[in-house]
Design a protein around this ligand. Structure first.
Ligand code: CP
Length: 356
């Protein structure tokens, strides 16, 4: 497999100076197909709509034993590495199950202390080693931008294989954002014209960054960023929204925003990124969704959370029909299955199969 630019060896310094559009080319196969999935800016509306249809179609096929057995034949000749050296429950498990649904062979490294990185092997050499054995890598890494670096390493080798970014530092979590789009589309009947609140630690949360990028593909979107003053959304995203003519507002109290929105996207405080335990210095009362707040929310609004949660959503809220975060988790498995189908170019097989 090759990407558009993998035939041209590009020095790292030059790659780093690429614009986002040039990087998107670098992550694309010569036939225009998405190759690596690394940043949300790779997704345009037609691709998002195709993935949503593919996920819906696949889950219909999977409703019967015959359908599930057929899906298992599709990528049974492929092997995949799950390289998750930062903690994860649902991204890891949903990707693992997506691979299993398609019959792929799976291996995993979840801790560098069990790989030769503990002997001093660089992460770059570790990635090259994976490409000797596998047809794709799904990776979560604590270092911002490492997924891009890994793509560059493999595109400069004789064995480029697709890389799926399952979360990179404080930077991006594009497959989470695609599953969030799928959830809004599925649970809230479409996305155009919607007002969406993103709540919590917007400075260090990667899901809200990736979701903000994806929302620029839709019409008449309004985003309400609700965060403590110390954890506001970064300027790069706000500049991008301005460039794309997306209206956004900034608030410091969730209660004021609840009556205005069609979706509330709650997130936790990302204190794993603290330098001196600074997260403990602030009051989060205005950024919690409690049962007593539910009457403020529109009847047809939805409540989302990438999870895991702590105290930002009271457990009693789970019983409200507008709480969709458990469905959101499950949607993740199906849309990630769709992403694998797309990258491995078997979507026609899936679309052309009649349901049982
Ligand atoms: N949403 C999400 O990324 O969850 P995990 O950290 O459990 O994978």
């Amino acid at each position: 497999m090759q990407t558009l630019l993998s035939s041209k060896k590009i020095p790292w310094e030059d790659f780093q100076s690429f614009t986002t559009d040039q990087k998107v080319q670098y992550f694309t196969a010569p036939d225009g197909r998405i190759f690596d999935i690394l940043i949300s800016q790779q997704f345009d509306r037609p691709l998002l709509e195709e993935l949503i249809k593919l996920a819906n179609h696949t889950r219909l096929i999977a409703k019967t034993k015959e359908g599930l057995n057929w899906l298992k034949t599709l990528l049974s000749h492929k092997r995949i590495m799950l390289y998750f050296v930062q903690p994860s429950t649902r991204t890891f498990l949903s990707f693992m199950n997506a691979c299993q649904i398609l019959g792929m062979g799976i291996s995993e490294v979840r801790d560098t202390s069990t790989s030769s990185e503990v002997k001093g092997e660089t992460p770059e050499d570790t990635i090259r080693t994976f490409s000797s054995y596998f047809d794709a890598i799904i990776m979560r890494h604590p270092k911002e931008g490492f997924a891009e670096r890994a793509s560059w390493v493999l595109n400069n080798s004789d064995r480029p294989i697709p890389i799926f970014n399952a979360g990179s530092g404080k930077d991006q979590h594009p497959t989470q954002a695609v599953l969030d789009i799928y959830t809004i589309h599925r649970e809230s009947s479409g996305i155009d014209g919607k007002s969406i609140a993103m709540v919590g630690d917007l400075l260090r949360g990667r899901t809200v960054r990736s979701l903000s990028y994806l929302l620029t593909n839709y019409k008449d979107i309004k985003i309400y960023y609700v965060s403590p003053a110390h954890f506001k959304m970064r300027e790069d995203i706000k500049s991008f929204l301005k460039k794309m003519n997306i209206t956004y507002y900034e608030y410091d109290d969730l209660k004021k925003v609840l009556p205005l929105v069609d979706a509330v996207y709650m997130t936790r405080i990302q204190d794993e990124h603290d330098i001196n335990g600074e997260s403990k210095n602030y009051d989060y009362t205005n950024f919690q969704l409690l049962e007593k707040h539910l009457p403020l929310l529109k009847d047809d609004a939805i409540i989302m959370h990438p999870l895991p949660r702590r105290h930002e959503i009271e457990v009693k809220v789970d019983a409200d029909p507008r709480a969709k975060y458990w469905r959101q988790e499950r949607n993740g498995m199906w849309i990630r299955t769709a992403m694998l189908i797309k990258v491995f170019a078997i979507e026609d097989l899936v679309f052309n199969r009649k349901q049982d």
